[in-house]
Ligand binder design. Structure first.
Ligand code: ADP
Length: 404
């Protein structure tokens, strides 16, 4: 079966068509500048080569979906004859609140729930919902599945997900830690057990998903027991543009002094902080690294803060699980940044974890494969496991629609 994966943003649609008979990606595409006035842009790549490139006004997500279909079914360069060849659509959805601990086939009740959780995911959930509605309009007979970024973390115990504010806020407003990147943490933790040829039962894994957005998770017996992101993706280590965890009084202090609103301050915390805010240069780790190597003090500081933050989470999750069997690096930075992995794992012998510098350096940027980078005498396995959220979404989608 061919499965279409859709990730809808407020002004964009990213998609991938996967042939589930061999899990090969047939095409990858992007529709951008949707509903922004002026011309929008749609492109599609097959085997890394651009085969569709169109600029025209794209008023809404329905128009965006129509362009996606036009690209996929294009007579000359398309990858399917018509849309009936596509057996199902898997939608990436940010926030499933406390309702979804697994992926689900989309029906009206599921769409209502995604809408209900808009206050928890104010930027993403409305966009995800628009994407779902638009796809249903242009592909009314194709079954669709929602795969939630929060679902994998629903197994956390209350002591890990509760915040120390009055309980009433949890009951009335659902204030708690939800966690994100769940599809990646689930995929990587499962691959880790397979790679180590171990039953997930009895395994204690710490996953460092380090990208532009970063989160760590503690996975015990195949289940998430803690994660670093919170009620929103702002909590945790410093990220490309997010501040990560800090005393919330910082928000009030800056708002009062600079006469800005909480909304403005949270926008700063989400979009202007982290690597970008500290270095003053870039949110991209490659730029920060390069500047740090050239002696740029604030770039060095940003890098040090990230390394230190990751170390602290690893230490705390090892303590939380009563030890750790595997520490796993994944996502853009985790898979590609040799020096960052080396620095995070420095002086971790006390935990029984030590990397082999040569093995670590053998995982080449841009070409990471599943690799054991631990030293021969390391009690804890240290691994690089490239994430693949699209495959995870496609597998869930196939599994659920096969049962229909
Ligand atoms: P997102 O959270 O947007 O999915 P990614 O997982 O793509 O982010 O990670 C983006 C980060 O990964 C950037 O900071 C970038 O510097 C780093 N990165 C991505 N590819 C490479 C590479 N080939 N070499 C070094 N760093 C990389």
């Amino acid at each position: 079966m061919k499965v279409l994966i859709v990730n809808a943003g407020s002004s964009s649609l990213k998609y991938q068509l996967i042939d589930m008979d061999n899990e090969q990606t047939l095409a990858k595409g992007l529709v951008e500048r949707i509903g922004m006035g002026g011309v929008g842009h749609a492109e599609m790549k097959v085997d890394g080569k651009t085969v569709f490139d169109v600029e025209e006004p794209i008023g809404d997500h329905v128009k965006g979906c129509q362009l996606m279909i036009r690209a996929l079914t294009d007579k000359e360069n398309g990858v399917v004859k018509d849309m009936s060849e596509i057996g199902a659509v898997g939608h990436r959805v940010l926030h499933g609140g406390n309702k979804f601990s697994e992926s689900v086939v989309i029906n009206q009740a599921v769409m209502d729930a995604i809408e209900e959780f808009i206050p928890l995911g104010p930027l993403h959930n409305p966009a995800n919902l628009m994407g779902i509605k638009a796809c249903r309009e242009v592909m009314p007979d194709t079954p669709m599945v929602a795969v939630f970024d929060t679902a994998f973390h629903q197994t956390m115990p209350p002591k890990a997900y509760m915040y120390g504010v009055p309980y009433d806020y949890y009951e009335r407003l659902h204030v708690r830690r939800y966690g994100f990147h769940g599809t990646s943490h689930r995929y990587v933790s499962k691959r880790t057990a397979e790679f180590l040829k171990r039953d997930p039962k009895g395994l204690r894994i710490i996953i460092a998903h380090l990208g532009n957005g970063s989160s760590l998770s503690a996975v015990k017996d195949g289940k998430c027991v803690d994660t670093s992101m919170g009620i929103t993706p702002l909590e945790g280590v410093i990220m490309g543009t997010r501040s990560g965890v800090m005393d919330p009084a910082v928000v009030q202090y800056i708002c009062d002094n600079d006469h800005i609103s909480v909304d403005e301050m949270l926008n700063i915390c989400n979009k202007k902080s982290g690597l970008l805010g500290i270095s003053g240069l870039s949110n991209d780790m490659r730029d920060v690294d390069k500047a740090a190597r050239e002696g740029h003090e604030r770039a060095k500081l940003a890098r040090d803060m990230l390394v230190y933050g990751i170390k602290k989470y690893i230490g705390s999750y090892a303590a939380a699980m009563g030890g750790v069997d595997a520490i796993v690096f994944t996502a853009g930075i985790g898979e590609n940044n040799i020096e960052l992995r080396r620095d995070v794992m420095a002086d971790m012998e006390f935990l029984g974890a030590k990397i082999d510098e040569e093995k670590n350096a053998s995982v080449k940027p841009g070409r990471a494969t599943e690799t054991d980078i631990s030293a021969a005498d390391s009690k804890v396995k240290v691994l690089v496991i490239p994430t693949n959220e699209e495959i995870a979404i496609a597998r869930d989608t196939l599994e659920l629609v096969s049962k229909l």
